[in-house]
Ligand binder design. Structure first.
Ligand code: GLU
Length: 291
């Protein structure tokens, strides 16, 4: 099987150290196996998209020597493919409309199925939920090991199309990973909990499942994940060599000291040649300030 990996940022802001960390890991993982690496812009959530963010992400990846092997894939240009799948779900009675408000579900971490048997007015705003079954989803994550989830008990009927008509992340990612023939998904540990839902959707759609590899997330001194929500600083483009060296260190690649004074291209080549993800095994988070 040929290796095709991807990095799929949401253009909700510039890349920060944590997102570049995930991008670098997925790039090195792909290139170390002579794979292709694709860039997908997860821009379906138009309410969260930030003007200029896509260009800023592209510029940062280029400055850091990460190159993609096919034209950039923009989710917004593929809306019909998601709607075709939604239509299929409805025709096959695999999904149902739900009019519950977020507020009414605030105390329910797992959707209790209120709308499963209700008649919903088709003209009123509603989301669509996929019917989950009481099956066990098992997968072997390359870094995090064996995982087993009971789908309906741990996840419940989850949303595939939101009330505001936006295709939910879980569905879009499955359709796109299939469409782009993604064989390996390398991303942050924070997305591990989404994996059983994605495996379930792949199963009912008859899609093959990629291999998964959830690398630790970077956290700050307070133990909080670096993210746009917590206002993690945009990555600096001024001294990429220094940041790249730090990222290789945070990826536990043990870069030699003399790599510090070399170019971005050399560092990336060294990273590909020496890539070994095993020191990250079972790690869920790494403190960015430890080096
Ligand atoms: N777009 C998602 C994010 O920025 C990542 C999607 C994925 O890797 O599955 O968090």
């Amino acid at each position: 099987m040929s290796y095709i990996g991807r990095f799929a940022p949401s253009p909700t802001g510039p890349l920060h150290l944590g997102s570049l960390y995930a991008a670098l890991a997925s790039f090195l993982h792909a290139k170390a196996q002579q794979g292709k690496w694709l860039l997908r812009i997860d821009d379906l959530d138009t309410f969260r998209n930030v003007a200029g963010a896509t260009q800023s992400i592209i510029d940062s990846l280029q400055v850091y020597g990460l190159y993609w092997d096919a034209p950039i894939f923009y989710q917004n240009q593929h809306l019909t493919s998601y709607h075709t799948v939604i239509k299929q779900f409805l025709e096959q009675n695999l999904a149902y409309p739900c009019s519950c408000s977020r507020k009414s579900l605030a105390k329910q971490p797992i959707y209790p199925g209120y709308c499963l048997k209700k008649q919903i007015d088709a003209d009123a705003a509603h989301s669509l939920r996929i019917k989950t079954s009481d099956i066990k989803i098992c997968f072997e994550d390359e870094i995090q090991g064996q995982h087993q989830h009971s789908l309906s008990a741990q996840h419940g009927d989850f949303i595939v199309k939101r009330k505001d008509n936006i295709i939910a992340y879980q569905l879009a990612v499955v359709v796109d990973d299939f469409r782009q023939n993604i064989s390996h998904v390398v991303r942050g540990f924070d997305l591990l909990d989404s994996t059983p839902k994605q495996l379930f959707l792949q199963k009912i759609l008859g899609y093959p499942s990629p291999a998964y590899c959830h690398i630790p997330v970077l956290i700050d001194q307070q133990g909080i994940k670096l993210s746009k929500q917590t206002f993690a600083q945009a990555i600096s483009l001024d001294n990429p060599e220094q940041t790249l060296y730090l990222l290789l260190t945070l990826l536990k690649q043990n870069p030699p000291a003399n790599l510090k004074t070399t170019s971005v291209e050399n560092m990336i080549q060294w990273g590909i040649k020496n890539w070994h993800p095993s020191p990250l095994k079972k790690l869920r988070a790494i403190n960015q300030g430890i080096y």
